[in-house]
Design a protein around this ligand. Structure first.
Ligand SMILES: CC(C)(COP(=O)(O)OP(=O)(O)OC[C@H]1O[C@@H](n2cnc3c(N)ncnc32)[C@H](O)[C@@H]1OP(=O)(O)O)[C@@H](O)C(=O)NCCC(=O)NCCS
Length: 147
């Protein structure tokens, strides 16, 4: 693996982001990902960083968002993180989390959190290695909004 660079995501990253989205288990076409990306890039409260290899290939991405709830300290929440399956266990995920932690700190956040599905046991080990502690397990409820 060549040297990696971390940088903010760009509109031109849609296809690579979509490919890695699939590895995370959330397949969506590059067009749909582009639409979501444009909304994210327009938001001050979002941070989307990509890890790029020396040859220009995307090794991974992380997306975090600042959130303020009445019952919690000001924090940033990681909404998505994925490293290419062929490039895992080489420190890319660690670099991406560190970049988001720096960004969150610079915005005044005092905590970084992530909700991780129960079956993602490898990710649990990863977050533990990054100093996160498991605080609770939840059910997630959702409904579509009709027109
Ligand atoms: C979780 C993920 C992002 C980790 O990325 P990564 O680049 O492989 O992680 P790193 O190389 O920085 O790992 C750092 C440390 O975390 C721990 N770790 C990472 N992956 C691990 C695994 N599969 N099993 C056990 N420990 C693991 C280790 O302590 C590792 O250090 P080591 O390699 O020196 O032992 C990557 O496995 C991934 O994309 N998984 C699928 C998507 C996913 O689950 N994302 C999280 C959604 S919330």
């Amino acid at each position: 693996m060549g040297i990696i660079t971390l940088r903010p995501a760009l509109e031109s990253d849609s296809t690579s982001l979509a490919e890695l989205n699939g590895q995370l288990g959330y397949s969506a076409s590059p067009a749909v990902v582009r639409e979501r990306l444009l909304r994210i890039l327009a938001r001050e409260e979002d941070c989307l960083r990509v890890a790029i290899l020396e040859d220009g290939r995307m090794a991974g991405w992380i997306h975090a968002q600042l959130s303020q709830w009445l019952e919690s300290d000001f924090r940033a929440e990681i909404g998505g993180l994925v490293v290419d399956t062929t490039l895992r266990r080489r420190g890319v995920g660690t670099h991406l989390v560190a970049a988001v932690a720096d960004w969150a700190r610079s915005r005044g956040a005092v905590e970084l959190s992530v909700r991780c599905q129960i079956h993602r046991t490898e990710a649990h080990a990863f977050y533990a290695a990054q100093g996160f502690q498991r605080t609770k397990s939840q059910h997630v409820f959702r409904r579509r909004l009709s027109e």
